[in-house]
Ligand binder design. Sequence first.
Ligand SMILES: [Zn+2]
Length: 340
Amino acid sequence: MESGTRAARTKVTEASLASGFWLVGERYVVHDAIDRISSASDAWLPLSGQPSRKVQRRDGSWVWIERDWRGQPLSIPDEDRKVLPVEARVRLIVDETPDPRTRRPTVWTPGERSDLADELVRLGRGDEEAIVGWVREHGFVGVRANPREWFESVEEIRHALSWLGQARDLMVAIRDLHGEALRRETERLIGLPAGELTEVKNDPDQPMSGQALASRFGIAVPDGERWPSAGPYVQALDGLRGALQAPLYRLLRVQATIAPTGDGMRLQGAIVAQGPLATAFFQTLNEASWPAITWAGSMLRLDWHAPRRCQRCGNVFRPRRRDQKWCGERCRWAASKAGS
Ligand SMILES: [Zn+2]
């Protein structure tokens, strides 16, 4: 596929469009709404696909504000509104900031927050109040990667952040686990039946075996060679690739590929988008490209020497040990004092 080839040639660090300013509105209001599930691959919802909102009239009655096929507004009394099989009730956060064109908007730069991805994953696991509070402080999460967006639902924010969380959990597993423990965690995170990756591991005809995946990523495996310990990494890396480029409905596009590096393979990718969510995926893609799998003699191994981020201060450092979590003594000491 042409786009895949192009992504493979793109260095992760070239995806710099993920940085940039992001707008914060002055008034965000939460409405009951009906969301149309769209299977359209277009990242932008058409006008007629905007969610219907339930609003209260002056007389106290509730109506649904909808749009007909021409985009003209319609109001339907609450009691007449029926949820169609393809629709879902959602909690819609709407930016009701008065005349955003004339005011001087509050802006911030998501790319300057080195721990934004982890912050958003925690947010996605929080409740509605936490999500709405975050939006009031920072603007929308950026599900449509549009700084002028005027609505996002709590549900679609959760959906987007759960994919982000899955990708980051896989990334951490690849870094910290190996062998069967890594296989088990990969199975759990991508929702495969327990034992499935182990079952196919030695069968080159199975598409999920390490050998079959590696050859799909462009690594030729010599006949009769064995790869002690490499298979679980290749399988987990493929799971991560899948989580990063999952068909995120309505979301920004992430292209992730695994490509040969000359002496092994590495996950890399590209993002063309902006906003907090794009920045978080960008950070994840960047960090996920660190554990290169390198070819050493007859086996592939994970290159744990690649730089990683300190779990305490967020600075990037080059580890001396495989399981090193902190950049140095000072952060290790501070982390142990904090009980983490
Ligand atoms: Zn540190």
